[in-house]
Design a protein around this ligand. Sequence first.
Ligand code: KIV
Ligand code: NA
Length: 277
Amino acid sequence: RTPFGLASMAEKKASGEPIVMVTAYDFPSAQVAEEAGVDVVLVGDSGAMTVLGYPSTVPATVEEMLMLCSAVRRGLSSPLLVGDLPFGSYEVSDEQAVRTAQRFVKEAGCDAVKLERGGTSIQRAKAIVESGIPVMGHIGLTPQTATALGGYKSQGRDAVRARELVADAEGLEAAGCFSIVFEAIPSQLTDVIMKRLSLPVIGIGAGPSTDGQVLVFHDLLGMYAGHAAKFVKRYAEIRGQMIAGVTAYTDDVRNGRYPQPEHEYTMRDEEVVKLRE
Ligand code: KIV
Ligand code: NA
């Protein structure tokens, strides 16, 4: 496969071909994304919940994200690899943001980074872009600051908040972001913002008119036991299959059905005789 780069994103937008993005957090999920032919892989800080077991994305550390990103890097060659900057790793200053972004590129092999919100994040995005690292924005429902938003709620359903999101999207484009994720916003608002932007927009619960879609790996495959948002479509029920597999193994061991002769190593008879001498 030919590598999917920033230019490929713009080309897909221009031709109207949807951009496909999925999250991944480790070597096997990266290989699955690669083989399935997705365009962009995001090592989301959703991994804090899906693979690290935290109750939200807030506790994710840079070190944890770098470990997940490195594992994904080793399983991926063609798709664009975007790493999520975790909460607290970029908000303090432009310098902090650039230093963190550099670690994602140098230590984990990310092609680009993603950060959340408009407002002060617009200046941070600009600083990272100016340092030579491509940045993806993320507006609407931003889980890192969900508490301040009043919970995990769709955003921009009233005109005041909707106008804020329009300004945030325009600010992120002006800052030089190569793409923006719209999460959990009304489709009508997506349409309004899309008309004002020229960069490719990836939606998750933002309706059909974005340039592409993203879903969390564990949500679309049914691997996560927690709550699933309205926008999630399940394409498989892997968790059930995993439990069934481990339950069958447990039963086999407890009932003496595993291992069978075909799973055994053997010695030749004369070696057994010598061993017993
Ligand atoms: O962390 C994540 O998985 C994300 C996507 C849902 C966009 O930020
Ligand atoms: Na995220």
